[in-house]
Design a protein around this ligand. Structure first.
Ligand SMILES: C[S@@+](CC[C@H](N)C(=O)[O-])C[C@H]1O[C@@H](n2cnc3c(N)ncnc32)[C@H](O)[C@@H]1O
Length: 278
């Protein structure tokens, strides 16, 4: 089979990425050498990748990476594949951190990413904002996820203090901004066979699902925040659109003085909570 034939046989855009991966060449190679004959090993490697993809395994796991905020992150089964909608959180938090720095020119502004997974959020922030004015902290309950996050921080040459912690339990000291993209899936997600959710069964359950209609980790986080002697000034939380009212009640109950604003994602679904705590 030639490269051209392999591309024709599998029409989806992803095939280009899978084929480049099987050939261990950049994507441009495919279009510069469409008539090149593939070796038997390459044909069989491509067939294996296509089969796994057809079974619903996320392309990011097959390729070993996912692009997020313009950076390439190494991902595997130890971590959730970072989603495009989470890029908003990075953008919003970066804006807020820059404002806080302008108001506090003589000290480092501290940001914590709870449930960091691959480290996509905190590494992107550190890459955008640099290490002079800001201190970056990230935690996860999963030691395996932290290995991936540390590797991504090394790859992108950013300094982040990682800590294994069940929510805030092992997190020491104060921080100005908190970001949380914790698991917020629940039963209703499990039987969803839509193309975009078919890959969920390959991702770590603990990264996706939790109790109380997906609100358990967020509720616990808010309670832990309320009980801390020094609270952050701002928090950003990503959630499922169906949880908006639930989140609103939880915040009113746990942090009654806080000011709350919700934002929609690009698909116009409610997706983010911005909480002014301090
Ligand atoms: C939805 S994933 C998000 C990963 C990453 N923040 C992102 O946006 O791609 C949730 C992450 O939270 C972690 N997690 C789940 N429960 C946790 C808990 N109680 N304390 C800390 N981390 C937790 C999971 O291990 C997983 O890495």
């Amino acid at each position: 089979m030639t490269i051209r034939e392999a591309l024709k046989k599998n029409s989806k855009l992803e095939i280009e990425l899978l084929l480049a991966h099987a050939l261990q060449r950049p994507k441009e190679f495919l279009f510069m050498h469409p008539g090149k004959k593939m070796t038997a090993a390459q044909v069989s490697s491509l067939a294996g990748l296509v089969k796994r993809r057809q079974r619903g395994e996320p392309a990011a796991y097959l390729l070993g990476y996912k692009d997020f905020c313009g950076l390439r992150f190494c991902v595997d089964k130890r971590v959730l594949v970072p989603r495009p909608e989470t890029e908003w959180v990075v953008e919003k938090a970066a804006e807020k951190l820059k404002n806080l720095k302008a108001q506090n020119p003589h000290r480092q502004v501290r940001v914590l990413d709870v449930g960091t997974g691959s480290g996509a959020i905190i590494v992107s922030l550190a890459k955008q904002l640099g290490s002079t004015d800001f201190k970056y902290l990230a935690s996860d309950v999963s030691a395996a996820a932290l290995q991936v996050a540390r590797r991504n921080a090394r790859t992108h040459k950013v300094k982040i203090v990682f800590c294994r912690s069940n929510l805030l339990k092992a997190v020491r000291g104060s921080f100005d901004v908190l970001i949380a993209n914790l698991p917020y899936g629940w039963k209703a997600w499990r039987n969803n066979t839509a193309a975009e959710t078919a890959g969920l069964r390959f991702e770590p359950r603990k990264a996706l699902f939790t109790g109380e209609q997906g609100l358990r980790e967020i509720r616990r986080l808010l309670e832990e925040l309320a009980a801390r002697p020094s609270r952050p000034l701002w928090a950003y939380i990503e959630f499922d659109p169906r949880q908006k009212n639930g989140i609103s009640s939880l915040i009113k109950k746990t942090l009654p003085q806080a000011r709350l604003k919700f934002y929609r994602d690009l698909a116009k679904h409610w997706r983010y909570a911005e909480i002014k705590i301090g």
